[in-house]
Design a protein around this ligand. Structure first.
Ligand code: GZL
Length: 321
């Protein structure tokens, strides 16, 4: 792709010097980026979308944006439409890890570079994408597990955990589970007694938490939710069951969105592990570097923290998403 674009630009430049084409036509060629977004399932996703759109506008990049409503088939359709539109670069957040090789091979055959953002794919052929930029979800699960181990020191007897998993087959759901379990196995009193997907949404998180409460009732000591939206939905279910979220049931979550800080300030959520959605600036910088012929690192990791309830009020004013 780079060669084609370079050849075209050289030809246009020569034509403009020969007076056959105004220089302005040559100067106006914008980078065209095709972006396939998962959906609008959570506060995190909305913040991620806003960051990408705002950064593309700021950098003068022509963004072709598609929302897949959390369906892989819609993402694949969008990726194929970007090939047909002959965009300069394709970026996307894969809703699940598997099932991308065929369309990624089509994109490679069209000589269009691919940047993965937010979530990874399980393709063995790493030549199918230039770089993956996003969080280390396993480490996010470990951070949640380490907080749980510390909390366990203040709790007596068995510690029964119910888990609200993210979208089935998605990298964050797989890795946040793996990281949490890796750490909590150091304390045999901590047991995950129920685990089910809430698909990263508030509505599903509430529905599944209602089922957990019906099945396990007062046996539940802790909720580990793979994102804040499911935790916020679960908080509603816990309150409707006459229990106190954050007290009767300790709640650990991930993302660090505004809703989580508000829940912590209300004493209903105990801790949230940050997962930064503001990938727009990094993505646009990578796109421009790519088009300038620079080599990108294979992996670009976002740096993140953890926010327990007692720092929420102090941190909230400076939160950007
Ligand atoms: C994580 C991202 C997840 C968030 C959810 O990087 O893929 O998807 O944790 C979002 O809130 O829906």
């Amino acid at each position: 792709m780079k060669t084609n674009r370079r050849t075209m630009m050289a030809t246009m430049l020569a034509a403009s010097f020969a007076g056959a084409m105004p220089l302005s036509a040559f100067a106006e060629k914008k980078i065209v980026l095709g972006f396939s977004q998962i959906g609008a399932e959570s506060e995190w996703r909305t913040a991620n979308t806003n960051s990408i759109k705002d950064s593309a506008a700021k950098e003068g990049i022509d963004l072709k944006f598609s929302d897949a409503q959390q369906k892989q088939e819609n993402q694949i359709k969008a990726l194929r439409s970007f090939i047909a539109q002959k965009v300069d670069v394709i970026a996307f957040a894969p809703v699940v890890e598997s099932g991308w090789d065929t369309v990624l091979k089509e994109i490679k055959a069209a000589n269009i570079p691919v940047i993965l953002t937010d979530r990874a794919v399980d393709s063995k052929d790493t030549s199918l994408y230039v770089t993956f930029m996003g969080s280390d979800f396993t480490e996010e699960g470990r951070k949640a597990g380490r907080w749980m181990l510390e909390k366990a020191k203040t709790m007596k007897g068995d510690i029964n955990v119910v888990e609200l998993q993210g979208t089935v087959g998605s990298a964050p759901a797989i890795d946040r589970k793996k990281g949490f379990e890796e750490i909590i196995k150091a304390e045999p009193r901590i047991k995950i007694i129920r685990s089910q997907t809430g698909d990263f949404t508030r509505a599903k998180g509430k529905e599944v938490m209602e089922a957990f409460l019906k099945a396990e009732g007062k046996k539940i000591n802790v909720l580990y939710a793979h994102n804040d939206d499911m935790a916020i939905g679960a908080i509603q279910a816990i309150e409707e069951a006459g229990l106190k979220p954050g007290k009767d049931i300790t709640i650990i979550s991930v993302d660090g969105v505004k809703g989580a800080f508000e829940a912590m300030m209300a004493g209903k959520l105990n801790v949230t592990v940050e997962c930064n959605p503001l990938l727009g600036p990094q993505l646009m910088s990578a796109v421009k570097d790519l088009m300038a012929g620079k080599t990108l690192p294979r992996r670009i990791v976002t740096n993140e923290g953890i926010f327990p309830m007692d720092v929420a009020a102090k941190e909230f004013p400076s939160r950007k998403y």
